[in-house]
Design a protein around this ligand. Sequence first.
Ligand SMILES: Nc1nc2c(ncn2[C@@H]2O[C@H](COP(=O)(O)OP(=O)(O)OP(=O)(O)O)[C@@H](O)[C@H]2O)c(=O)[nH]1
Ligand SMILES: [Mg+2]
Length: 363
Amino acid sequence: MLTFGIIGLPQSGKTTVFNAISGSHASIGDYSTSKKANMSVVKVPDERLERIAEIFKSGRIVNAEIEYIDIAGLTKGASSDRKKEAAYIHAIRQTDALLHVVRCFENPNVPHPDGSVDPKRDITEVDSELILADLVSIENRMDKIERTLKVTKKEQEAAEYKILERLKIVLEDEKPLRSMEIEKDDLKAISSYGFLTLKPMLYILNLGEEQVPSRAEIEKGYSYLAGMPQSGVASICASLQMDIADFDESEREEYIKDFGLDIAASEKIIKKSFELLGMLSFLTGNENEVHCWRIRRGSTAHEAAGAVHSDIQRGFIKAEVVKFEDLDKLGSWAKAREAGKLALHGKDYIVEEGDVILFMFNV
Ligand SMILES: Nc1nc2c(ncn2[C@@H]2O[C@H](COP(=O)(O)OP(=O)(O)OP(=O)(O)O)[C@@H](O)[C@H]2O)c(=O)[nH]1
Ligand SMILES: [Mg+2]
């Protein structure tokens, strides 16, 4: 399961965002006093699945899933305070990606000497904290390697040291590690560190009610963030969105009219989260179930088979593939075949987003 950690300054609306996207009811406004992190597994919305279920007359739909964890408020100095490091930074380190909640609404409860609304200041504060945390772990590791190298010549350590040196320069320039290009092998060498600024980051502008109608305009002011590699920006009015999660259809429509709310704001965040993870989805279907599977971009048909079942991978013969759009238009597997839209691929075929795949295998 891939996990998104929800981070941000105290009282920025992290728990409210968590509730809005997961339909949960974790208590809010408690100044992060709760020791336990809120966790929820969320289905990635996907309209294609219903259509395929219709075509295959499947009984069950299985969406891709993401886990969200609401991590307690990050405060200034967290990376240098050893005890807090254990709590916040350690929790963040375990995640695959981050959702950074940024407060754009007035909140008198902000425990900050200057609690004014200044989203860019807050973004910098949190980002700097993450950068600092990575710097501290790099420096510690480099110290250790230096000491080792004084005693013995170890090639692996020496190589690692060189990589760390490069990363350090980027961090010292106050840039996150995800902004730099790192070769696959080097990435592997440093994967065990769980560098915070290497994780994909989705910035969530958490808006006040009155800002909702101008959300598109507001988002534009943050395009400098979205332009960074593995970064994205989305906006939401989490408190309104959390409220409507429990409403019935007619109440919801009223709300949408009154506030100009974007009904799909939560869904968009989930979808954007999924995209940021660098994954793509392919689909399988039969009369039992339709299933959305998730694999890394660039995966082969053979690897995709492995995502479904190790037996299918082991006994892989061919993959019959039709693009979702074609299947949708033609309405059945047989018609897709007639129309010449079915392609037969071998192990090395690179799977594309929206492929509907029928694996042929023999075990
Ligand atoms: N106007 C407005 N208020 C919000 C929004 N999101 C959260 N709030 C309010 O902000 C306060 C804090 O919300 P929480 O979700 O508890 O914030 P948090 O970041 O989890 O706070 P801590 O866990 O204490 O750090 C609550 O009073 C919420 O009602 C929003 O989108 N708009
Ligand atoms: Mg909270």
